[in-house]
Write a protein that binds this ligand. Structure first.
Ligand code: NAD
Length: 339
């Protein structure tokens, strides 16, 4: 029996999650929602994703655009076991009562506060905490990136303390209302909310984060300084552990990936998902070890890193996999990730 999935909110995250769900052997994408006709609604129809109307959307508007509509959100919710809510920040919380009223399970995104769901989730961090839950919140793109890296460092050497500065993209590529931003904007909330968000997955991790917003749409970059508990033998050993872990991509110096433009060019060349980079990106030349002090850069593709995590969250909820690593392996195989 496949788990029947709805995606409510077919934007940047929702359209990617819908596509990923449709590739899973143990899930069925029953439908997606849009509030208005748009090129994305048209693409959903062209891909054969049944389209439903959500929010304050009107069926007549879709009919006027010649887009086939299967019903309203309410009709869709009657047909599924779980809904992935990918509506804009804070709208997920408003939608929660719709899901609760029908007794269906729900997965929320990182734009919602952590108390929107029973637990926050990250596949490499706390897969087991998601098992059997009726609601989960997949943590944000930056938090997912930090938690994935923490899972490697904690299990191999332990972490005494972590300081990270997050250089955040100003907007997503398709967002024309936010930019261009001509400047570097410090986030005057010190430390930033990302550290406490990581602690929703690893409550005992000592981590402090600060953040800046810069005028780019191509990825976030984290500048990390970690005081490990035990010293690794070498930076090479650390790199090897990252390389061996699913959802990491380490670029060698000879690949001449100078920064995020080349990372995203590589992603376009590779053509997975929506030409996405769902892995944490590290540079061989961007890792330095000094005793127990580890310094490293990592880049995070904000539009796609949480996509495989949403799939694993569904699998954890319905206990579809033996364990976290099995779910991660199945997700990654279906999405074309990995060696
Ligand atoms: P988005 O604006 O690109 O997409 C949201 C979609 O939901 C749009 O298609 C919008 O029309 C639709 N929508 C609006 N009101 C709705 C309603 N009442 N019901 C259903 N759908 C509705 O937003 P996004 O970037 O995909 O973000 C979605 C969530 O994912 C947010 O919580 C965000 O914080 C989180 N997130 C975003 C990113 C990112 O970088 N874009 C990364 C990680 C997590």
């Amino acid at each position: 029996m496949k788990v029947r999935v709805a995606v409510n909110g077919y934007g940047t995250i929702g359209k990617r999650v819908a596509e990923a769900v449709s590739r899973q052997p143990d899930m069925e994408l029953v439908g997606v929602t849009k509030t208005r006709p748009s090129f994305e609604a048209r693409r959903a129809a062209e891909k054969g994703h049944p389209l439903y109307v959500a929010g304050d959307g009107a069926l007549a508007e879709f009919a006027g655009a010649g887009l086939p509509i299967a019903g309203t959100l309410s009709d869709l919710l009657a047909k599924v076991d779980v809904v992935v809510d990918a509506a804009p920040e804070k709208v997920g919380r408003e939608n929660r009562s719709l899901y609760d009223a029908r007794g269906i399970r729900a997965i929320f995104q990182g734009g919602e506060k952590s108390d929107v769901a029973e637990a926050s989730f990250s596949a490499l961090g706390n897969y087991d905490a998601g098992r059997g839950k009726r609601s989960l919140r997949v943590v944000s793109c930056n938090t997912t990136g930090l938690v994935r890296a923490a899972s490697v460092l904690r299990s191999n050497w332990g972490v005494d303390h972590w300081e990270a500065t997050l250089v955040r993209r100003g907007a997503d590529p398709a967002e024309s209302k936010k930019g261009p931003i001509n400047g570097i904007l410090p986030t005057f909330h010190l430390p930033s909310h990302h550290g406490p968000d990581v602690q929703t997955i690893y409550p005992d991790l000592s981590i402090a984060t600060t953040a800046l917003v810069v005028p780019t749409t191509l990825m976030h970059v984290h500048v990390n300084h970690v005081r490990l508990t035990r010293a690794p033998a070498s930076a090479r050993e650390v790199l090897e552990m990252f390389r061996r872990t699913p959802r990491f991509r380490v670029f060698a110096a000879w690949e001449h990936v100078d920064g995020t433009p080349q990372v995203m060019e590589y992603a376009r060349d590779r053509g997975l998902g929506f030409n996405d980079m769902m892995e944490n990106v590290l540079w061989e030349a961007g890792v330095r070890l000094d005793g127990r002090d580890l310094y490293f850069f990592q880049a995070i593709h904000q539009e796609s890193i949480v996509v495989p995590e949403n799939i694993d969250a569904i699998r954890a909820m319905f206990d579809l996999a033996r364990d976290g690593p099995s779910s991660v392996a199945l997700t990654d195989r279906s999405l074309g990730l990995g060696p």
